[in-house]
Design a protein around this ligand. Structure first.
Ligand code: SAH
Length: 221
């Protein structure tokens, strides 16, 4: 128990102070959403990467998590969640691409229920263990193809995709609530972050920053 607390609290490069500095940098980089900043200040990011990389967990970089995948850099996580949540209250949120589970953990602090889908089975197992270790209980994980969404949790107030698609999966558009918002990278070699809002009349797309994500791959592994 004492060891576990020590591991969560971290020391030196994994300490709360290092994490607070990461949040300060996010502020300097223009992130304004206090709920997102607070959530990122509270989730120990080093728990989600291999111990050998823990000292770099709070740097402004993406890091390998195995199976050719990466944990997104803190800036992009903050940016996506800020775009998702501009005016408060998130009930059900869907994440496509759980990876190591870090973004799902941050989401668990700003949404009531988080549903997250990942196509690589061992990553789901790792994410599940990390979330359990942090006693996060409002995240439901599923090993499945994210192109199909997560029907049981729908409709979603927010959908966030951590892998780039060339077109928006139809099931995700259907599972977005009226009044809801989806944030996703769209494109192939050249990608842009897009925000799609659903209102009574349909969908409105806004194109934001240029980004670089791993591709959304169909099927499971
Ligand atoms: N959210 C993660 C980032 C994960 S990287 C974080 O917090 O760090 C993107 C993830 O999307 C990878 O793990 C990849 O396996 C997954 N992915 C790619 N295509 C997918 C699909 N069709 N369905 C579900 N997950 C997918």
């Amino acid at each position: 128990m004492a060891d576990l607390i020590k591991r969560h609290n971290g020391i030196g490069m994994t300490s709360q102070r290092t994490r607070a500095r990461m949040v300060e940098r996010l502020r300097e980089q223009g992130i304004r959403d206090e709920a997102v900043l607070l959530a990122m200040n509270s989730v120990p990011r080093h728990i989600f990467v291999d111990e050998a990389l823990a000292s770099r967990a709070y740097d402004d970089v993406s890091l390998p998590i195995g199976f050719g995948q990466t944990i997104s850099n803190p800036k992009i996580v903050a940016r996506m969640l800020e775009l998702l949540n501009l005016q408060g209250e998130l009930g059900h949120v869907l994440e496509i691409g759980t990876g190591c589970g870090y973004q799902a953990a941050v989401l668990s602090r700003i949404a009531r229920e988080v549903y997250s889908v990942e196509r690589i089975a061992p990553l789901i197992a790792k994410a599940r263990a990390s979330l359990k270790e942090l006693r996060i209980h409002n995240v439901k994980l599923r090993h499945a193809d994210g192109n199909l969404g997560f029907k049981e949790g729908a409709p979603f107030d927010g959908i966030v995709m951590a892998a780039a698609a060339t077109r928006v999966p139809k099931a995700l558009l259907e599972q977005l609530a009226v009044g809801g918002k989806m944030v996703l990278p769209l494109g192939g070699q050249e990608q842009q972050l897009c925000v799609i809002e659903r209102d009574e009349r349909g969908y409105v797309e806004t194109i934001m920053d240029a980004v670089k994500f791993v591709p959304l791959v169909p099927g499971i592994n």
